[in-house]
Design a protein around this ligand. Structure first.
Ligand code: TRP
Length: 464
């Protein structure tokens, strides 16, 4: 206990419960909500997909989020140290190292996409975006992301902003900026929604979000929803373990996890409400895929009154959302190197942030000049995305669920999650974490590896 007390004095902490919730929500709310959620919803039939997604959040996202929070809060350590503290001598901590690897990989390409958003903010505010002919927008975007200097320039700016916030520390950096940026984000999204839903013909977009068409759902939709629940709540990488590790005693974890899940889900739905009414009002394609935000929306903005203003607001909104997420990804390795090697926060942040920026430059170049260089058929950017989202995150999430569900004593897990022993909600949470979440995660995982398809076709052959 003595050594623990000494550590406790030195260890940084959140200043308030609200600050923690805003920081964790800031981590959760990111490109996943405003760039990815709308396009996967568009591709998977709208309202029907949203229903599946809500189940995924409730059944897998929320229980695993609570599990990550409790691991960090109980151990008061970084993502790797936490497992070592709670289960000394056991191999659970390997999940922490996988998370560390994911952090490097995810932030490398995340910074590139965030750089695109930053540059589109600039292109919108200077009126450049409004000057591109609508049918040229696709080439314009393609030309930009495959060029050499420009995307790297914006990626580096974004990474420097991320590094500067993390250098500030938990309370004076991450918490302070989350408190400033999250309200701005909500304000900006409301602005875009008001514009979007008041356009003539917006009703079709609202209907798309509210009226389920189950015929558009495929088996893959379920797995996409589940995988996305992970990514959007920042799970499987130790981000929420790391953030939980800065919690003082007395923060109620179930309510914190619920608040963060609700905030993240509401913003994703609001992003849909900002985007689809406008897309439908101008007769554009809701299922445009990853280009929805960078190609389809600029065309939409061009056609609406005060379009340049709303384009600026929208891309600033994406950049802010990306920034509060990027800092949470960077904090995972920073916390680890700080604690493991006794580096100062400043040293850890600049060195690790610098390495990630350099890897990200490679990811950016792999879109264009280096696109000939592929690993297993994918360019470097796509490989980083695929490996982390489809292998490392689900595997990390699986280990976290198994650790809390099976590796910890039932009594300890309930107590660490602030449930009293006979509380029904606590019992339900433990059962979900023990059985349902691992099975569902396994399915996503097997699907990603293509193994599920092999099993399904095998079973079909047996039956037919
Ligand atoms: N949740 C963020 C988003 O939706 C991204 C993110 C931040 C993340 N930290 C993470 C994803 C950790 C996976 C793991 O954009």
């Amino acid at each position: 206990m003595g050594a623990g007390q000494e550590k406790e004095q030195k260890r940084e902490q959140w200043g308030s419960k609200l600050g923690f919730i805003l920081a964790a929500s800031g981590s959760a709310i990111g490109l996943g909500n405003i760039w990815k959620f709308p396009y996967i919803t568009g591709e998977n039939g709208g309202a029907a997909f949203i229903i599946v997604y809500l189940f995924a959040i409730a059944l897998v996202g929320l229980p695993v989020l609570l599990s990550e929070f409790l691991i960090g809060k109980k151990a008061q350590k970084d993502a790797i140290g936490s497992f070592k503290e709670l289960a000394p001598g056991k191999p659970w901590y390997i999940a922490g190292y996988m998370g560390l690897a994911s952090a490097f990989m995810i932030l490398s390409f995340y910074g590139v996409v965030a750089g695109w958003a930053l540059s589109y903010t600039f292109k919108a505010v200077t009126g450049q975006l409004a000057g591109v002919a609508p049918e040229q927008l696709e080439n314009y975007f393609g030309g930009f992301i495959t060029s050499t200097a420009s995307p790297i320039f914006w990626q580096v700016i974004f990474m420097v902003l991320t590094i500067l916030i993390v250098v500030g520390g938990i309370k004076k950096g991450i918490e302070r900026w989350s408190k400033i940026l999250m309200p701005i984000l909500v304000f900006l999204i409301l602005l875009v929604i008001i514009r979007s839903v008041t356009l003539p013909g917006a009703g079709a977009g609202i209907e798309f979000l509210l009226k389920p068409d189950f015929s558009k759902l495929s088996a893959a939709s379920f797995l996409i929803a589940l995988g996305h629940a992970f990514f959007t709540l920042s799970l499987g990488m130790g981000t929420m373990i790391t953030y939980g590790g800065y919690l003082p005693k007395g923060t109620n974890l179930p309510s914190a996890a619920l608040n963060v899940s609700i905030a993240d889900t509401v913003i994703a739905l609001l992003a849909g409400l900002a985007i689809f009414p406008a897309v439908f009002a101008f007769g554009m394609d809701a299922g445009a895929g990853p280009g929805l935000v960078f190609i389809t929306l600029p065309a939409v903005f061009q056609q609406m009154p005060m379009g340049s203003l709303f384009a600026t607001v929208f891309f600033a909104l994406i950049s802010i959302a990306a920034l509060t997420s990027a800092i949470s990804i960077l904090e995972v390795p920073v916390a680890f190197f700080k604690e493991k090697f006794n580096w100062s926060r400043k040293k850890a942040t600049w060195i690790i942030g610098g390495i990630i920026t350099v890897v990200g430059v490679g990811a950016s170049l792999s879109m264009g000049p280096w696109s000939g260089f592929t690993i297993a058929g994918k360019n470097f950017f796509d490989q980083l995305d695929w490996m982390s989202a489809n292998i490392l995150l689900p595997l990390g999430g699986l280990v976290i669920a198994l650790f809390v569900g099976w590796g910890m004593k039932l009594k300890d897990a309930l107590a660490a999650a602030d449930f009293s022993e006979n509380e029904v909600v606590g019992r339900i949470w433990v059962s979900v974490t023990k059985f349902i979440a691992p099975v569902l995660i396994m399915l996503v995982f097997l699907h990603s590896l293509g193994i599920l398809d092999i099993i399904i076709s095998f079973v079909k052959k047996l039956v037919g």
